[in-house]
Structure formats: C-alpha cells, structure tokens
Design a protein around this ligand. Structure first.
Ligand SMILES: NC(=O)c1ccc[n+]([C@@H]2O[C@H](COP(=O)([O-])OP(=O)(O)OC[C@H]3O[C@@H](n4cnc5c(N)ncnc54)[C@H](OP(=O)(O)O)[C@@H]3O)[C@@H](O)[C@H]2O)c1
Length: 288
C-alpha cells in the first residue's frame, strides 16, 4: 500500500480525503504549517524533503490566498521527483485550462504535464458548497443573514467538497487508473445566489437574503477581512465569471469516477453540522 502525502492537510479538501485513504489501508501523512502530521511551509523549502520522505503519491494543494507561488511549485515538483514520488494529483480550479501560462495554477498544470518521472491527475472543481459555511460567504450569513457576492443573477454548479474528496481519493489510491486525467468537478445543478439564500433560509428557519454589492466594494471588504489584494482581485474576476454563468454547466466527471451522481445543495444544506454553523449563537442573536 502507498504512503500518501496530503498538502493543505488541514484544509477543506484534504481533511476529508485523509479518512478515505486510511479506511482503504493507505499510510497517510498530512502536511501544513500548523496542526498536521508534518510541518510544511511553501515558503520554507527546507520543510519539503521531510514531508516527502517515503511518499509514493502526493495530493498537491497550492498555498491558500497566494498568487506568487509559481516558482515554489516548480521547486517542490523537483523535490518530489528527487524523492521518487510516482504520482501527483493537483487541486486546480475550473477553467484554469484557459488561463494564461504564467497563472500559477496553469503553470503548475503545464509543468506536471512536462514531467515523465511520475504521472499526474488534475482536479478542476468549481466553487465549493462549503464556501457558504466554512469560507468566504460564511461570515455575513452568520452575522446578519446575508449572502453577499457581486454576481447578479449569475449561476454556478456548486460542488460538494465530499465529492471532490471521493474523486481525489480515487486518483490517489489507484493512480494508474487516472493517469493524465483532467476532471472538471461540478454539482448536479446550477443555482443563483438568490436560490442559495432561499435554501439556507429553508434549512435554518432564519431570514436569509442575497445582497449584490458593487464589485469594488465587495473586493474592499474582502481585503479589510485579511484577503491579500491580488487574491481579492482574483475573487472579483471569479465572481465576474459567475455573473456570466461561465461555470454553470454540470459535468459528468464525479459520476464517471465514483459511479454515482454528485451531491446536491439540498443534501449539503440538510447536514446538521452545516445548519449548526449557520445557526451559531452569534447568528441567532444577529437575526433576533
Ligand atoms: N473554495 C473554492 O470554492 C475553490 C474552488 C476551486 C478551487 N479551489 C482551490 O482550492 C485550494 C484550497 O484548497 P482547500 O480548500 O482544500 O484548502 P483550504 O481549506 O483553503 O486550506 C488551506 C490549507 O493549506 C495550508 N496552507 C496555507 N498556506 C500554506 C503555506 N504557506 N504552506 C503550507 N501550507 C499552507 C493550510 O494550513 P496552514 O494554514 O496551517 O498552513 C490548510 O491546510 C486553492 O488553491 C483554490 O484555488 C477552491
């Protein structure tokens, strides 16, 4: 059985992948700056080799909120090759195949394609459902019952992170079956943010409404919340894509890999842990 290294090991995807791999009998090593099995810092290459030691397969999560990681990714890939890694699964994003070659996600995809010492698979998910309870859209839902995004009536085929985890685990446990695969990962339906607000309201019993702010105001709010300027601008462009319905189409890839349809937003919104996140004490007092 393989030893599998999970970068971003405490993040939304890897922490759901790890138990799947362990249940299948693989040896798993999670890596992050804090709270993982091994300390790994993209900005400290001295941490790369200890993370990679003995690893056959790597789940590659680029550093969060960082658009300058391109050279670090190439350096890490060199270290992985020297360590004898035989497969890398990259967490990229939907539409990156159309990004310019200097975009760090695209540069990493292209570099993996150039290497012959190991095989690779690429996962390209759209926006995560979990962005509404664990990430960018969660704070305002909890604080004042608003889903805030400059997307108008744009729609997105949100993907459940458990489906990303299922597909990622398949590629990590049986790399030979997924050599060179590029999976566009989407949920089963396109939803507008107004529809998302309605679903969260139905799940929680709270009054939830969609707010479509001016784009620059939204970006400034992200920045004041700690998102770096260049990443906030990128999120603004991704919001433009939603407004244009660019990632509204469903895809067959979750079902192709797992043998069953992707989870729906209704499945997600019915999860007790998700409802609890939306009805935290601060949410209830903000709503009352
Ligand atoms: N959210 C979405 O809707 C969406 C959609 C498509 C694609 N994506 C892609 O998903 C990726 C994020 O994956 P995720 O959601 O699984 O992770 P995540 O929840 O954003 O967590 C980030 C993980 O990376 C680690 N990390 C952050 N900075 C690091 C650094 N400098 N060195 C080492 N580790 C670092 C974090 O732990 P520490 O902070 O402790 O190091 C954490 O484990 C991004 O590249 C994004 O482009 C996201």
């Amino acid at each position: 059985m393989s030893t599998i290294l999970l970068l971003g090991g405490t993040g939304k995807t890897a922490r759901r992948i790890a138990p799947r791999l362990r249940a299948a009998g693989a040896t798993v090593r999670t890596a992050a700056r804090n709270g993982a099995d091994v300390r790994f810092d993209w900005h400290d290459p001295a941490t790369y080799d200890a993370a990679l030691a003995g690893a056959d397969v790597v789940y590659f999560v680029p550093p969060a909120l960082d658009l300058s990681y391109g050279p670090l990714a190439l350096d890490f890939i060199d270290h992985a090759e020297a360590a004898g890694v035989r497969h890398i699964t990259l967490l990229s994003a939907r539409g990156v195949e159309f990004a310019p070659p200097e975009h760090p996600h695209r540069a990493t995809e292209l570099e993996l394609g150039r290497r012959t010492a190991f095989t690779h698979s690429i996962l390209r998910p759209g926006w995560f459902m979990q962005d509404f309870d664990e990430y960018v859209f969660a704070p305002s839902i909890v604080a004042d019952g608003t889903v805030v995004a400059p997307v108008g009536d744009g729609t997105e085929a949100f993907i459940h992170v458990e489906d990303i985890a299922d597909v990622a685990a398949a590629t990590l446990l049986d790399p030979d079956a997924h050599v060179g695969a590029e999976y566009a990962l989407a949920g089963p339906e396109a939803l507008s943010f107004a529809q998302v607000a309605e679903k969260i309201a139905a799940a929680t019993g709270r009054e939830i409404r969609f707010v479509d702010p001016p784009r620059e105001e939204w970006i400034a709010t992200l920045q004041s919340g700690g998102v770096p300027s260049d990443y906030a601008q990128l999120l603004g462009m991704l919001a433009d894509n939603i407004r244009a319905h660019a990632t509204a189409a469903t895809t067959p890839d979750v079902e192709r890999v797992t043998g069953r349809p992707p989870r729906s937003f209704d499945d997600y919104a019915a999860q007790p842990s998700v409802v609890a996140a939306w009805t935290a004490p601060s949410a209830v007092s903000a709503a009352s």
